[in-house]
Write a protein that binds this ligand. Structure first.
Ligand SMILES: NC(=O)c1ccc[n+]([C@@H]2O[C@H](COP(=O)([O-])OP(=O)(O)OC[C@H]3O[C@@H](n4cnc5c(N)ncnc54)[C@H](OP(=O)(O)O)[C@@H]3O)[C@@H](O)[C@H]2O)c1
Length: 318
């Protein structure tokens, strides 16, 4: 089968398409014929080996030869003990631990997969498993009238997060680059900020909830942006910032009646299913900026990594 492989951390040029043996499912695993796989920022991070947490399991060399975790496709074979799926079933899920989605076939644990809703295309379904739970859990504290700021709101998780916070009745501010301001407004943001020209932690603006998808500032800057009782949740960013948030942030926040912490997102069907239900009902829109073929995975990763995607980018494998 064809797969996009790499054996060293680096730029998209480190990737190449190769013929490799088709994997076999082990106990409680499913072989999926991949139809669509969406690109996450985590794919870019694992390609580059940066931030450092992207090297977990493979400090010097990539732990897995093929990236791609959010797959949608058809079951091609099942391993011993699989009870929920049979050959031909349409499934989707986040295969973050195993990856391997930038290929014609990928093996995933049965527990990572769910039946694909008939009303969602494979492309659409592949956008939800990782970005959906980040957005859902990241906006769970949004309340009617609360002031919510989403940093990195023009990307895959951000586009869902804006919509979920608006559904909760919050006043939403989206922060991203200048090319994404109109897109964030179209998704429902009440206010938008271009991060290149305006720093949301300055100017006396205060928020009840800050969801940060790309954290790099000091803990004290985040505290400045929180209203009394406010909450800062860091989902992704530099390791230095994540460590500071976990250590100094916890104390600095508590001392002033605010809470500053890292959101460890729970992934899996029970967490992405509710977002898929909202998409099927038409309550949440799915944004696919561009689709690429398997040969174009390097360009697709570059598009996401360099911040040129409005919402999600999808690889159409089959
Ligand atoms: N905590 C957990 O448990 C967990 C689980 C899974 C994934 N994650 C992480 O979650 C993060 C979010 O991923 P995603 O897929 O939503 O990313 P994405 O689609 O790439 O969106 C990130 C957005 O942030 C923008 N951005 C970059 N630098 C910025 C800055 N300085 N200020 C404001 N916006 C900026 C990007 O645009 P530009 O680049 O053009 O600026 C892009 O629009 C990733 O880091 C991933 O590793 C965390």
């Amino acid at each position: 089968m064809k797969a996009v492989v790499y054996d060293r951390y680096g730029p998209p040029e480190a990737l190449r398409v190769e013929d490799v043996p088709r994997p076999s499912p082990g106990p409680a695993e499913v072989l999926v014929e991949v139809v669509s796989v969406s690109v996450n920022l985590s794919d870019w991070e694992c390609l580059r080996g940066s931030p450092l947490y992207a090297r977990i399991g493979g400090l010097r060399r990539p732990a897995r030869p093929t990236l791609g975790s959010d797959i949608a496709g058809r079951v091609a074979a099942v391993g011993p003990g699989v009870t929920r799926f049979g050959v031909g079933d349409e499934v989707y899920g986040d295969n973050l631990d195993r990856k391997g989605g930038f290929a014609e076939y990928a093996v995933a644990p049965e527990s990572a997969l769910a039946p694909k809703p008939a009303d969602l295309t494979f492309d659409a379904a592949s956008t939800i498993p990782q970005a959906g739970p980040i957005a859902l859990q990241g906006t769970a504290l949004a309340r009617p009238g609360s002031r919510v700021l989403i940093n990195g709101a023009g990307g895959g998780s951000g586009a869902f997060a804006i919509q979920l916070a608006k559904r909760a009745g919050a006043h939403v501010t989206g922060v991203d680059n200048a090319g994404k301001l109109d897109f964030m407004r179209a998704r429902g943001a009440d206010e938008v900020i271009d991060y290149a020209t305006d720093d949301f932690t300055r100017g006396g603006r205060r928020y009840d909830l800050v969801l940060d998808l790309v954290a790099y500032r000091s803990v004290f800057a985040y505290r400045r942006a929180l209203a009394p009782g406010g909450r800062y949740l860091c989902v992704g960013g530099t390791v230095r910032t994540l460590l500071r948030v976990l250590s100094i942030g916890t104390i600095a926040g508590r001392l002033t009646g605010r809470r500053i912490g890292v959101l460890v997102v729970k992934l899996g069907p029970e967490h992405f299913g509710p977002v898929a239900d909202l998409c099927v009902a038409g309550d949440v829109e799915i944004d696919i900026d561009r689709t690429f073929g398997l040969e174009d995975v390097p360009e697709a990763l570059r598009t996401v990594g360099e911040g040129r995607a409005l919402g999600k980018v999808v690889i159409e494998v089959a």
